[in-house]
Design a protein around this ligand. Sequence first.
Ligand code: PEP
Length: 260
Amino acid sequence: MKDKIYLFANWKMYLDFDESNILANGLAGEAKKFGHEIKMAIFPSTLSLYTAGQVLRDVGVGVGPQNVFWVDKGGYTGEISASMYKTAGCDYALVGHSERRQQFHETNHEVRQKMDACLSVGLTPVLCVGETLKEREAGTTAEVVEIQLRSALDNISWPKNVALIIAYEPVWAISKGAGAGEEGRHCDDIEAEKMHRLIKKIVKNLLPNMEPAVLFGGSVRPNTTAYYLNQPSIDGVLVGAASTKLDSWLEIVKNAGALV
Ligand code: PEP
């Protein structure tokens, strides 16, 4: 049994404005069934963040963007700053998601700037780390993840009232079947647990006073939710595809709820 389970949903660019609002309203309608031990946050597209956030925050579900920019204001066409998200009512922000690192060439240095920007305005960053298939096959998983953690957290000044949340997402296991009978590689629960333990150990050295929550992400499905959450160092899950349909997300919530 766990005291608390984090269920975070990354809607990526899967849902348009109407679809996001329909899902947010559907979810809000079910929220009284969620126990207090479930800490839920939704990361919709920026377009629907405000309207979805209005219904979700009212029922105790946190919201945040999938990315932030580190400068507060200025001539940065197309960007939105951490401080702007904060004043629009956001609680969290995904930082350093692998799709941003890979497709938009986001560097560890930029990830750090985004971490600092979030913390300076009181937005809780959800730091995403994880190795690519190439890095895993080269045997450099631990090294890659340690470098990502160090550059994001070394000498950082962490406000007392902000939680430290990390998502371990092996890149090779994202958007795959993950034991759900679909095609693709999945990260097994023992391997995930080993990485979560390592992450907690590295973070303890960097920020000795902090107790990080480490979430697993990588094609989690309703039928693999408990499989991962039963591991002692896995404090929650960050879910992409399976969080974008109300029935599948509610099943994930139900399966997680049975473990608290
Ligand atoms: C993600 O990209 O954060 C993620 C975990 O996606 P999926 O669940 O679709 O693999």
